[in-house]
Ligand binder design. Structure first.
Ligand code: BTN
Length: 254
């Protein structure tokens, strides 16, 4: 069972994860986090479960997770930041996850907008959901799913292009320590949203498909082009017929 008291041993943050709400079972940690926002949960509160029964992914996909083997959690933030910074949160979460994996000698890549890959297989995903008022982001839930200790059979029976940290490294990870490390990195990265360019460049350096031919699925169209990185607001920049075209949302294939 996940032990939230164990997270504190490794946590170096001032607000992220200072309050952790652990549930043995939940439909979706993002749903619970959104509900807690209506009850004025504190900035940085983390919602985590050992058994997420209706995990949600982007584009109405499901997020499947084996009980007690993985990390499924959501972080509550009240950014009060300009709307044009909305894409930063998933980029910074992807960077924080890969920072943490690097500390464990695992090299992971990012796929726009917010998938984490190891050796061409998906190990993690991020689902950000926000409430906007006017031109301001009032609240933000960053939901993270990371396949940690799940073994080959349990995972690949259901998901063909998925992997876990255990499968890639042969090592069992302490989930509490991983969570703390992700939060430590994320808090650092969130401090620098006003000078975002260096972090967007880092994201591009960790991207699995920079300067590669990709297909973009957006608004029922399949568009072919070269992925050229991020715009200053974190949109996908694609070179299509010698012109830069920017995308806010969509699914990317390579
Ligand atoms: C994706 O790859 O499409 C994003 C997956 C995000 C899954 C996480 S697990 C914790 C949080 N709660 C959810 O219901 N979804 C996110």
């Amino acid at each position: 069972m996940f032990d939230k008291n164990n997270v504190k041993k490794y946590l170096k943050t001032s607000y992220l994860g200072q309050i952790i709400k652990y549930y043995p079972e939940l439909d979706s940690t993002n749903n619970e986090a959104l509900a807690l926002i209506t009850k004025n949960a504190l900035n940085g509160t983390v919602v985590i479960t050992d058994n997420q029964t209706k995990g949600r992914g982007r584009q109405s996909n499901k997020w499947l997770s084996t009980p007690s083997k993985n990390l499924t959690f959501s972080i509550i933030l009240y950014p009060n930041s300009p709307l044009n910074q909305i894409n930063y949160y998933s980029m910074l979460a992807g960077l924080a996850i890969t920072d943490c994996l690097m500390e464990h000698n695992i090299t992971a890549q990012l796929k726009w907008p917010n998938d984490v890959f190891i050796n061409g297989k998906k190990v993690g995903g991020i689902l950000c959901e926000s409430k906007i008022r006017g031109e301001e982001i009032k609240s933000m839930v960053i939901g993270i799913g990371l396949n940690v200790n799940v073994q080959t059979d349990a995972l690949t029976k259901v998901l063909h292009n998925a992997t876990s940290l255990f499968i890639e490294s042969g090592t069992t990870f302490q989930r509490e320590k991983l969570l703390a490390n992700i939060l430590n990195h994320l808090e650092n990265r969130l401090q620098n949203t006003d000078n975002i360019n260096p972090q967007l460049k880092e994201w591009e350096m960790r991207c699995a498909h920079l300067n590669q031919a990709v297909t973009f699925h957006s608004d029922n169209n399949f568009i072919h082009g070269i992925f050229k990185g991020l715009s200053p607001t974190g949109q996908a920049k694609m070179l299509i017929d010698d012109k830069n075209v920017y995308f806010d949302s969509g699914e990317l294939f390579n």
